[in-house]
Design a protein around this ligand. Structure first.
Ligand SMILES: [Zn+2]
Length: 277
């Protein structure tokens, strides 16, 4: 029988190994399977053309490898839908590459896995600091403006609520920002600057990675459970729930690349830059 007084660290080594290495890869128990599949876009459209979320316009030329972040071993790295952690995590967003970076100080060690050779290796890579602005894709209202990097693996992020033509609501999310320029409850216009790209995350590993492969994690989705905030499941979340029903773990994703392409996203018009910043 299990006796907590005689708990042996050595006998429980597999447990500790799991907690150290595996736990961060396992989805929280009880979270919706809807988080692991893209939901089809509704037949009802939008009543305005969306703007691209950053100055990166490569998507308009179908140049996806210059729009989404890539690594030396995985050119699909920043794409939506691929799984990380040996298939246990579903990438809900698209990681958009910056178009303006400054060289930071020093280098950072990045661990890679060579799938062909079946072995891991590491490289020291230059530190890159992204300088891109981040824009709201549509008119909407800021529902989450998280300025506390430690509260989420997404770091400092903004979530904005919008409406489809038929009135149903959905959200867009812009993560790992350096700085936010809007606050919760603020109405925003399509193309309005809402912050600056950065490398924030509560997870040291993610911050490290973002130094070498900077990007904005951009997501579009809809609230799964309107009463999420009151559920036991939500109260048991770790890191703790953030934004009530707008917690990212209660957002079922649309494919963000498909979203921008279907609704024919345009670059942020120059006139907006003059009026909204
Ligand atoms: Zn991402």
């Amino acid at each position: 029988m299990y006796n907590p007084m005689r708990f042996s660290w050595w006998r429980n080594f597999p447990l500790f190994f799991f907690l150290l290495v595996g736990a961060s890869q396992v989805p929280a128990v009880g979270l919706s399977p809807l988080l692991h599949v893209f939901t089809p876009l509704p037949s009802s459209g939008l009543n305005q053309r969306p703007c691209l979320p950053t100055p990166n316009k490569e998507l308009l030329d179908d140049n996806i490898l210059k729009f989404a972040a890539t690594t030396i071993t995985n050119e699909q790295y920043g794409m939506p839908g691929w799984t990380r952690g040996q298939g246990s995590r579903f990438h809900k967003g698209v990681d958009i590459q910056p178009v303006q970076v400054e060289r930071g100080r020093g280098t950072v060690r990045i661990d890679y896995y060579d799938a062909k050779a079946g072995r891991g290796f590491y490289r020291r890579e230059p530190v890159l600091i992204p300088k891109d602005e981040i824009y709201s894709i549509l008119d909407g209202t800021v529902v989450v403006a998280n300025n506390n990097e430690k509260r989420s693996g997404y770091g400092r992020y903004v979530m904005i609520e919008h409406r489809f033509e038929n009135g149903s609501r959905f959200v867009s999310m812009y993560a790992h920002l350096n700085e936010l320029t809007v606050s919760e409850g603020t109405p925003v216009k399509a193309g309005q600057r809402i912050g600056w790209m950065g490398g924030s995350s509560s997870k040291a590993g993610a911050r490290n990675y973002l130094k070498a492969i900077p990007h904005c994690h951009f997501e579009v989705g809809r609230v799964i459970d309107q009463n999420f905030a009151g559920t036991r499941r939500a109260r048991a979340l770790y890191p703790p729930m953030l934004g009530g029903k707008y917690d990212p773990r209660n957002i079922q994703p649309y494919n963000p690349v498909e979203f921008l392409q279907t609704y024919r996203a345009v670059p942020r018009p120059a006139v907006l830059a003059a009026n909204l910043d």
